[in-house]
Design a protein around this ligand. Structure first.
Ligand code: GDP
Ligand code: CA
Length: 323
């Protein structure tokens, strides 16, 4: 038993899938022992404000302030500011509620005053009583660019929100990532963790950009790493993950997720409906497979999935230590 505040688990997370899984894990472990490392490839500037959609979803969810209907944005939201923008003929394709805007205003002010994103995130979490550690993977800008058949290269939010993920993808780039440095605390948390849990986030645009930050993938090499499949029955619970696999010529399935993470993870958690894929996953990747209910519509089921994933990771860690 280490100290109660030593990080035991690191979660790699995008937005909604990552946030829900992390919310489950802080019901399983003391939140102080959980570090959530979050994708910032979705970040962009809008109305002059710095917006970090995945960090915000994680922080809102861990603070119990999220909108449960959408998974993103805040509960009890109003839209007066955006209504004014609409009256004036401004852009309203990116939904920004009034409460949400308050965060973007204050974060932008602090960034302009020279604070790094990780420090601003820490202050936000402290103010809202989030006891887990939430870290942007990097303080440097690493905007995701989506290469599409119809429109060529698109900024991520243009693709994802304005065009509703409709264009066919050909590939992704994470601009500037080769020069990005992990944010303070990222490599330390990975070094200290007993296990790293890859949340059921989008592999292409939530987890890959995070792994592309120099040093992160190397820090995982000696770790027990387990992922949860974001695909259930070949479909994404939400968002374009399955569509992206298909457009890149890969049949979307838990097997495709396993192969995507080959060499990175030792175990994959898949939904009961995908149990038949387990032998092929293990045969083609060597990964252990844990079969459970991987859908998280309620807090209880988030907790159950996080508990199962944590126990699975601990079992794999023990087995590795005995080898
Ligand atoms: P985004 O940044 O908000 O798009 O969120 P993420 O990348 O973190 O999560 C999106 C992924 O979460 C999608 O591919 C979904 O299939 C997956 N997801 C959402 N809810 C669930 C769930 O209840 N169970 C599982 N296994 N995956 C989920
Ligand atoms: Ca995202």
């Amino acid at each position: 038993m280490g100290s109660p505040t030593a990080p035991r688990a690191v979660v790699l997370a995008g937005g909604v899938g990552g946030a829900r899984f992390a919310a489950g894990l802080i019901q399983v472990l003391p939140p102080e022992q959980v570090t959530v490392i979050v994708n910032v490839g979705d970040d962009f500037t809008h109305f002059g404000l710095h917006i970090s959609p995945d960090l915000d979803t994680v922080c809102y969810t861990l603070a119990g302030r999220e909108n449960p209907a959408t998974g993103w944005g805040r509960a009890d939201e109003t839209w007066h500011a955006l209504e004014t923008v609409a009256e004036l003929g401004g852009p309203t394709w990116f939904r920004l509620g009034d409460r949400d805007l308050g965060l973007h205003l204050e974060r932008t002010r602090r960034l302009q005053a020279g604070e790094p994103l990780s420090a601003v995130t820490r202050a936000v979490c402290r103010a809202w009583g989030v006891r887990a550690t939430v870290l942007p993977v990097t303080d440097d800008p690493v905007p995701t660019v989506v290469d599409t058949e119809e429109h060529g290269r698109l900024a991520f939010q243009d693709y994802f929100v304005r065009l509703r993920s409709r264009p066919r993808v050909r590939g992704f780039a994470f601009q500037g990532v080769e020069r990005a440095r992990p944010a303070p605390g990222v490599l330390e948390a990975l070094a200290a963790a007993e296990a790293v849990l890859v949340a059921p986030s989008n592999p292409w645009v939530s987890i890959d950009p995070l792994l592309a930050v120099p040093g992160v993938r190397d820090a995982l090499a000696s770790k027990t790493v387990v992922a949860v499949s974001p695909l259930i029955g070949g479909r994404a619970v939400k968002g374009p993950a399955a569509k992206m696999f298909a457009e890149l010529g890969i049949e979307p399935s838990a097997l495709a997720v396993a192969q995507h993470y080959a060499g990175l993870i030792q175990g994959l958690v898949v939904d009961e409906s995908d149990a038949a894929l387990a032998p092929r996953i293990t045969a083609t990747t060597g990964q252990a497979v844990f079969i459970t209910d991987a859908w998280m519509p309620t807090p209880e089921r988030r907790r159950a999935l996080a508990q199962a994933t944590w126990d699975f990771a601990q079992a794999l860690r023990l087995a590795r230590s005995l080898d």
